[in-house]
Design a protein around this ligand. Structure first.
Ligand SMILES: NC(=O)c1ccc[n+]([C@@H]2O[C@H](COP(=O)([O-])OP(=O)(O)OC[C@H]3O[C@@H](n4cnc5c(N)ncnc54)[C@H](O)[C@@H]3O)[C@@H](O)[C@H]2O)c1
Length: 338
Protein backbone atom coordinates (compact mmCIF):
# COMPACT_ATOMS: atom_id res chain seq x y z
CA UNK A 1 0.00 0.00 0.00
CA UNK A 2 1.27 3.50 -0.86
CA UNK A 3 0.50 6.48 1.35
CA UNK A 4 -0.48 9.84 -0.17
CA UNK A 5 1.70 12.68 1.14
CA UNK A 6 1.78 16.48 1.26
CA UNK A 7 5.20 17.99 1.92
CA UNK A 8 5.13 21.48 3.46
CA UNK A 9 8.35 23.41 2.80
CA UNK A 10 11.11 22.68 0.29
CA UNK A 11 14.00 24.41 2.07
CA UNK A 12 16.98 22.75 3.78
CA UNK A 13 15.03 20.16 5.77
CA UNK A 14 12.23 19.82 3.21
CA UNK A 15 14.67 18.93 0.43
CA UNK A 16 16.17 16.13 2.52
CA UNK A 17 12.71 14.66 3.06
CA UNK A 18 11.79 15.19 -0.59
CA UNK A 19 14.79 13.15 -1.74
CA UNK A 20 14.00 10.37 0.73
CA UNK A 21 10.34 10.35 -0.28
CA UNK A 22 11.45 9.91 -3.91
CA UNK A 23 13.36 6.75 -2.89
CA UNK A 24 10.60 5.37 -0.68
CA UNK A 25 8.31 2.93 -2.49
CA UNK A 26 5.57 3.16 0.13
CA UNK A 27 4.88 6.88 -0.43
CA UNK A 28 3.13 8.79 -3.22
CA UNK A 29 4.00 12.47 -3.04
CA UNK A 30 0.85 14.30 -4.16
CA UNK A 31 1.59 17.94 -3.29
CA UNK A 32 4.45 20.19 -2.27
CA UNK A 33 3.19 23.29 -0.47
CA UNK A 34 5.88 25.96 -0.71
CA UNK A 35 5.66 29.74 -0.95
CA UNK A 36 8.70 29.86 -3.20
CA UNK A 37 7.11 27.96 -6.11
CA UNK A 38 10.16 28.14 -8.39
CA UNK A 39 12.39 26.67 -5.66
CA UNK A 40 9.97 23.81 -5.01
CA UNK A 41 9.56 23.06 -8.72
CA UNK A 42 13.32 22.88 -9.14
CA UNK A 43 13.73 20.60 -6.11
CA UNK A 44 10.88 18.39 -7.29
CA UNK A 45 12.26 18.17 -10.81
CA UNK A 46 15.61 16.94 -9.49
CA UNK A 47 13.87 13.97 -7.80
CA UNK A 48 12.18 12.76 -10.98
CA UNK A 49 8.76 12.67 -9.27
CA UNK A 50 6.42 13.75 -12.05
CA UNK A 51 3.00 13.34 -10.39
CA UNK A 52 3.14 15.85 -7.51
CA UNK A 53 1.71 19.37 -7.77
CA UNK A 54 3.45 22.42 -6.34
CA UNK A 55 1.15 24.96 -4.71
CA UNK A 56 1.61 27.84 -2.29
CA UNK A 57 0.41 28.05 1.29
CA UNK A 58 -2.90 29.68 0.31
CA UNK A 59 -3.88 26.18 -0.95
CA UNK A 60 -3.23 24.48 2.43
CA UNK A 61 -6.91 23.77 3.18
CA UNK A 62 -7.53 22.49 -0.38
CA UNK A 63 -4.70 19.96 -0.37
CA UNK A 64 -5.62 18.79 3.12
CA UNK A 65 -9.19 18.15 1.99
CA UNK A 66 -7.95 15.70 -0.67
CA UNK A 67 -8.96 12.23 0.57
CA UNK A 68 -5.98 10.67 -1.24
CA UNK A 69 -3.68 12.43 1.28
CA UNK A 70 -2.94 10.28 4.33
CA UNK A 71 -0.08 12.15 5.96
CA UNK A 72 1.92 15.37 5.86
CA UNK A 73 5.54 16.27 6.44
CA UNK A 74 5.99 19.73 7.95
CA UNK A 75 9.39 21.24 7.13
CA UNK A 76 8.49 24.93 7.13
CA UNK A 77 9.99 27.52 9.53
CA UNK A 78 9.28 26.72 13.17
CA UNK A 79 6.86 29.63 13.71
CA UNK A 80 4.53 28.16 11.03
CA UNK A 81 4.40 24.59 12.42
CA UNK A 82 1.55 25.02 14.88
CA UNK A 83 -0.94 26.33 12.33
CA UNK A 84 -0.09 23.70 9.69
CA UNK A 85 -0.06 20.80 12.18
CA UNK A 86 -3.42 21.83 13.65
CA UNK A 87 -4.92 22.11 10.15
CA UNK A 88 -3.55 18.68 9.16
CA UNK A 89 -4.93 17.03 12.31
CA UNK A 90 -8.27 18.77 11.79
CA UNK A 91 -8.31 17.14 8.32
CA UNK A 92 -7.46 13.79 10.02
CA UNK A 93 -4.04 13.32 8.48
CA UNK A 94 -1.00 11.77 10.15
CA UNK A 95 1.72 14.34 10.93
CA UNK A 96 5.49 14.04 10.66
CA UNK A 97 6.76 17.42 11.89
CA UNK A 98 10.23 18.87 12.08
CA UNK A 99 11.28 19.84 15.58
CA UNK A 100 9.92 21.68 17.47
CA UNK A 101 6.22 21.04 16.87
CA UNK A 102 5.34 24.45 18.31
CA UNK A 103 7.13 27.25 20.09
CA UNK A 104 5.32 27.00 23.45
CA UNK A 105 4.92 24.03 25.79
CA UNK A 106 1.15 24.63 26.07
CA UNK A 107 0.79 24.47 22.29
CA UNK A 108 2.83 21.23 22.09
CA UNK A 109 0.60 19.63 24.76
CA UNK A 110 -2.61 20.81 23.05
CA UNK A 111 -1.47 19.54 19.65
CA UNK A 112 -0.61 16.09 21.03
CA UNK A 113 -4.01 15.99 22.76
CA UNK A 114 -5.65 16.86 19.45
CA UNK A 115 -3.71 14.08 17.67
CA UNK A 116 -4.93 11.59 20.29
CA UNK A 117 -8.50 12.88 19.90
CA UNK A 118 -8.51 12.41 16.12
CA UNK A 119 -6.56 9.14 16.41
CA UNK A 120 -3.72 10.09 14.06
CA UNK A 121 0.02 9.69 14.69
CA UNK A 122 2.00 12.83 15.46
CA UNK A 123 5.76 12.51 15.21
CA UNK A 124 8.30 15.07 16.36
CA UNK A 125 11.19 14.29 14.02
CA UNK A 126 14.25 13.83 16.25
CA UNK A 127 16.26 11.99 13.63
CA UNK A 128 19.26 11.33 15.87
CA UNK A 129 17.34 8.45 17.47
CA UNK A 130 17.61 6.77 14.05
CA UNK A 131 21.32 7.36 13.46
CA UNK A 132 22.91 3.88 13.24
CA UNK A 133 25.94 4.97 15.33
CA UNK A 134 23.87 6.43 18.15
CA UNK A 135 21.50 3.44 18.10
CA UNK A 136 24.56 1.18 18.45
CA UNK A 137 25.87 3.21 21.42
CA UNK A 138 22.50 2.93 23.16
CA UNK A 139 22.17 -0.80 22.45
CA UNK A 140 25.68 -1.55 23.71
CA UNK A 141 25.17 0.51 26.83
CA UNK A 142 21.84 -1.22 27.50
CA UNK A 143 23.53 -4.62 27.07
CA UNK A 144 25.92 -3.65 29.87
CA UNK A 145 29.09 -3.30 27.82
CA UNK A 146 30.25 -0.33 29.92
CA UNK A 147 28.69 -1.52 33.17
CA UNK A 148 26.79 1.13 35.11
CA UNK A 149 26.49 4.40 33.19
CA UNK A 150 28.09 7.38 34.97
CA UNK A 151 28.49 10.14 32.37
CA UNK A 152 27.12 10.96 28.92
CA UNK A 153 28.57 13.74 26.78
CA UNK A 154 27.32 15.11 23.49
CA UNK A 155 29.03 17.62 21.25
CA UNK A 156 26.98 19.33 18.52
CA UNK A 157 28.67 22.06 16.53
CA UNK A 158 26.87 23.21 13.45
CA UNK A 159 28.31 23.71 9.96
CA UNK A 160 27.75 25.91 8.11
CA UNK A 161 26.36 28.54 10.43
CA UNK A 162 22.64 29.10 9.75
CA UNK A 163 21.57 32.40 8.22
CA UNK A 164 20.59 35.20 10.57
CA UNK A 165 17.07 35.04 9.04
CA UNK A 166 16.89 31.40 10.19
CA UNK A 167 18.20 32.31 13.66
CA UNK A 168 15.58 35.08 14.03
CA UNK A 169 12.64 32.70 13.36
CA UNK A 170 14.13 29.61 15.00
CA UNK A 171 12.71 30.11 18.49
CA UNK A 172 16.23 30.49 19.94
CA UNK A 173 19.24 28.15 20.04
CA UNK A 174 17.96 26.20 23.06
CA UNK A 175 14.53 25.39 21.59
CA UNK A 176 15.82 25.11 18.03
CA UNK A 177 18.85 22.89 18.58
CA UNK A 178 19.45 21.84 22.18
CA UNK A 179 16.22 19.86 21.88
CA UNK A 180 18.09 17.35 19.66
CA UNK A 181 20.79 16.73 22.27
CA UNK A 182 18.35 16.72 25.18
CA UNK A 183 16.15 14.19 23.41
CA UNK A 184 19.13 11.99 22.53
CA UNK A 185 20.57 12.09 26.06
CA UNK A 186 17.24 11.29 27.76
CA UNK A 187 16.58 8.51 25.23
CA UNK A 188 19.99 6.91 25.84
CA UNK A 189 19.91 7.32 29.63
CA UNK A 190 16.26 6.18 29.73
CA UNK A 191 15.36 8.75 32.40
CA UNK A 192 14.42 12.41 32.70
CA UNK A 193 16.77 14.76 34.61
CA UNK A 194 16.23 16.01 38.14
CA UNK A 195 18.47 19.09 37.97
CA UNK A 196 19.41 21.29 35.02
CA UNK A 197 22.02 24.00 34.62
CA UNK A 198 23.05 25.93 31.50
CA UNK A 199 25.54 28.56 30.44
CA UNK A 200 25.54 30.32 27.08
CA UNK A 201 27.12 33.18 25.17
CA UNK A 202 26.78 35.02 21.86
CA UNK A 203 30.18 35.40 20.22
CA UNK A 204 28.62 36.57 16.95
CA UNK A 205 27.39 40.16 16.99
CA UNK A 206 24.44 39.54 14.64
CA UNK A 207 23.26 36.64 16.82
CA UNK A 208 23.60 38.79 19.96
CA UNK A 209 21.64 41.57 18.21
CA UNK A 210 18.93 39.02 17.39
CA UNK A 211 18.68 38.29 21.13
CA UNK A 212 20.05 34.77 20.81
CA UNK A 213 23.22 32.86 21.77
CA UNK A 214 25.59 30.77 19.66
CA UNK A 215 27.42 28.73 22.30
CA UNK A 216 25.78 26.59 24.97
CA UNK A 217 26.89 24.26 27.78
CA UNK A 218 24.26 22.22 29.63
CA UNK A 219 24.74 19.97 32.66
CA UNK A 220 21.92 17.66 33.78
CA UNK A 221 21.78 15.16 36.63
CA UNK A 222 19.51 12.11 36.43
CA UNK A 223 17.81 10.12 39.24
CA UNK A 224 20.30 7.25 38.77
CA UNK A 225 23.19 9.67 39.37
CA UNK A 226 24.16 9.88 35.70
CA UNK A 227 25.55 13.27 34.71
CA UNK A 228 25.04 14.61 31.18
CA UNK A 229 27.15 17.32 29.57
CA UNK A 230 25.97 18.94 26.34
CA UNK A 231 28.35 21.16 24.36
CA UNK A 232 26.87 23.13 21.46
CA UNK A 233 27.91 25.76 18.95
CA UNK A 234 26.15 27.41 16.01
CA UNK A 235 29.40 27.28 14.08
CA UNK A 236 32.23 24.82 13.67
CA UNK A 237 35.00 26.05 11.35
CA UNK A 238 36.22 22.50 10.64
CA UNK A 239 33.00 20.79 9.50
CA UNK A 240 29.91 19.26 11.12
CA UNK A 241 31.03 18.11 14.56
CA UNK A 242 28.66 15.59 16.16
CA UNK A 243 30.01 13.21 18.80
CA UNK A 244 28.76 11.32 21.80
CA UNK A 245 30.52 9.53 24.61
CA UNK A 246 29.17 7.30 27.38
CA UNK A 247 31.33 6.38 30.37
CA UNK A 248 30.57 3.63 32.86
CA UNK A 249 32.32 1.65 35.58
CA UNK A 250 33.42 -1.00 33.06
CA UNK A 251 34.45 1.15 30.12
CA UNK A 252 33.58 3.86 27.65
CA UNK A 253 31.92 3.98 24.22
CA UNK A 254 32.44 6.80 21.74
CA UNK A 255 30.53 7.56 18.56
CA UNK A 256 33.14 9.62 16.71
CA UNK A 257 32.65 12.05 13.86
CA UNK A 258 31.91 10.80 10.37
CA UNK A 259 34.46 11.90 7.76
CA UNK A 260 34.26 12.38 4.02
CA UNK A 261 36.50 9.32 3.53
CA UNK A 262 38.49 6.89 5.65
CA UNK A 263 41.76 7.83 3.89
CA UNK A 264 44.64 8.88 6.16
CA UNK A 265 48.06 10.05 4.95
CA UNK A 266 51.10 9.38 7.15
CA UNK A 267 54.24 11.51 6.84
CA UNK A 268 57.18 12.57 9.07
CA UNK A 269 54.97 15.45 10.18
CA UNK A 270 52.26 13.13 11.46
CA UNK A 271 48.90 11.85 10.31
CA UNK A 272 46.49 13.69 8.05
CA UNK A 273 42.98 12.36 7.61
CA UNK A 274 40.06 13.60 5.54
CA UNK A 275 37.78 16.48 6.57
CA UNK A 276 34.54 16.05 8.53
CA UNK A 277 31.24 15.86 6.68
CA UNK A 278 29.98 19.30 5.72
CA UNK A 279 26.57 19.45 7.38
CA UNK A 280 23.45 17.68 8.66
CA UNK A 281 22.14 16.36 5.29
CA UNK A 282 25.34 14.32 4.87
CA UNK A 283 25.89 13.37 8.53
CA UNK A 284 22.34 12.22 9.22
CA UNK A 285 21.50 10.85 5.77
CA UNK A 286 20.64 7.37 7.09
CA UNK A 287 18.91 8.76 10.15
CA UNK A 288 16.54 10.83 7.97
CA UNK A 289 15.79 7.81 5.76
CA UNK A 290 15.21 5.59 8.79
CA UNK A 291 12.91 8.05 10.57
CA UNK A 292 10.75 8.36 7.46
CA UNK A 293 10.55 4.58 7.15
CA UNK A 294 9.62 4.36 10.82
CA UNK A 295 6.78 6.83 10.36
CA UNK A 296 5.45 4.92 7.35
CA UNK A 297 5.50 1.73 9.48
CA UNK A 298 3.51 3.59 12.12
CA UNK A 299 1.03 4.94 9.55
CA UNK A 300 0.53 1.39 8.25
CA UNK A 301 -0.10 0.12 11.79
CA UNK A 302 3.06 -2.01 11.78
CA UNK A 303 4.89 -0.21 14.61
CA UNK A 304 4.31 2.08 17.59
CA UNK A 305 5.85 5.55 17.44
CA UNK A 306 9.34 5.56 18.96
CA UNK A 307 8.82 9.01 20.48
CA UNK A 308 5.72 9.97 22.41
CA UNK A 309 3.88 13.02 23.65
CA UNK A 310 5.67 12.58 27.00
CA UNK A 311 9.08 12.69 25.28
CA UNK A 312 8.30 15.74 23.14
CA UNK A 313 6.75 17.69 26.02
CA UNK A 314 9.59 16.80 28.41
CA UNK A 315 12.22 17.87 25.86
CA UNK A 316 10.51 21.23 25.33
CA UNK A 317 10.20 21.79 29.09
CA UNK A 318 13.86 20.94 29.63
CA UNK A 319 14.96 23.25 26.79
CA UNK A 320 12.95 26.13 28.32
CA UNK A 321 14.44 25.39 31.76
CA UNK A 322 17.93 25.48 30.21
CA UNK A 323 17.10 28.93 28.82
CA UNK A 324 15.87 30.04 32.25
CA UNK A 325 18.96 28.60 33.96
CA UNK A 326 21.21 30.54 31.59
CA UNK A 327 19.23 33.76 32.11
CA UNK A 328 19.12 33.47 35.92
CA UNK A 329 22.46 31.67 36.49
CA UNK A 330 20.59 29.12 38.62
CA UNK A 331 20.61 25.34 38.89
CA UNK A 332 16.94 24.43 38.39
CA UNK A 333 15.14 21.34 39.67
CA UNK A 334 13.04 19.43 37.16
CA UNK A 335 10.02 17.38 38.04
CA UNK A 336 8.36 15.54 35.20
CA UNK A 337 4.61 16.17 35.41
CA UNK A 338 2.30 15.25 32.59
N1 LIG B 1 15.99 17.75 12.03
C1 LIG B 1 16.96 18.47 11.50
O1 LIG B 1 18.10 18.03 11.43
C2 LIG B 1 16.64 19.83 10.95
C3 LIG B 1 17.60 20.51 10.19
C4 LIG B 1 17.26 21.77 9.69
C5 LIG B 1 16.03 22.32 9.95
N2 LIG B 1 15.14 21.63 10.71
C6 LIG B 1 13.81 22.19 10.99
O2 LIG B 1 13.12 22.26 9.75
C7 LIG B 1 12.30 23.42 9.71
C8 LIG B 1 12.67 24.22 8.45
O3 LIG B 1 14.00 24.62 8.53
P1 LIG B 1 14.87 24.85 7.21
O4 LIG B 1 16.25 25.04 7.68
O5 LIG B 1 14.56 23.82 6.21
O6 LIG B 1 14.27 26.25 6.74
P2 LIG B 1 14.34 26.86 5.27
O7 LIG B 1 14.13 28.32 5.45
O8 LIG B 1 15.52 26.37 4.54
O9 LIG B 1 13.05 26.25 4.54
C9 LIG B 1 11.73 26.55 4.90
C10 LIG B 1 10.90 26.62 3.62
O10 LIG B 1 9.53 26.74 3.99
C11 LIG B 1 8.91 27.68 3.07
N3 LIG B 1 7.72 28.21 3.74
C12 LIG B 1 7.64 29.21 4.66
N4 LIG B 1 6.38 29.31 5.14
C13 LIG B 1 5.66 28.35 4.50
C14 LIG B 1 4.30 27.94 4.57
N5 LIG B 1 3.44 28.51 5.43
N6 LIG B 1 3.89 26.93 3.78
C15 LIG B 1 4.75 26.31 2.93
N7 LIG B 1 6.06 26.66 2.82
C16 LIG B 1 6.50 27.66 3.61
C17 LIG B 1 9.99 28.70 2.78
O11 LIG B 1 9.76 29.36 1.55
C18 LIG B 1 11.24 27.82 2.74
O12 LIG B 1 11.53 27.34 1.45
C19 LIG B 1 12.55 24.19 11.01
O13 LIG B 1 11.51 23.91 11.90
C20 LIG B 1 13.85 23.59 11.56
O14 LIG B 1 13.86 23.56 12.98
C21 LIG B 1 15.42 20.40 11.19
Amino acid sequence: MRLGLVLFGAGRAGTIHLNNVARNRRIDLLYVVEDDIAKAEKALESTGIATAKVVDSRCTEDVLSDSAVQFVIVATPTHTHEKIVRAALHAKKGVFCEKPIAKSIDAVVQIYNEAARVGKPLFCAFQRRFDPNFVDVRDRMRKGEIGKLHVIKTCSRDSPSPSIEYVRTSGGFFVDSSVHDIDLVCWIVGELPITIQAQAHAFRRDIADAGDVDTIAIVMKFPSGVIAQIDMSRYSSYGYDQRIEVHGDKGMIIAANAKRSTVTRFSPLGECSDVLLHSFPQRYQYAYENELDHFVDVMLGEKELISTKKDAVAVMKIAKICEESYQTSKVIKFQAEF
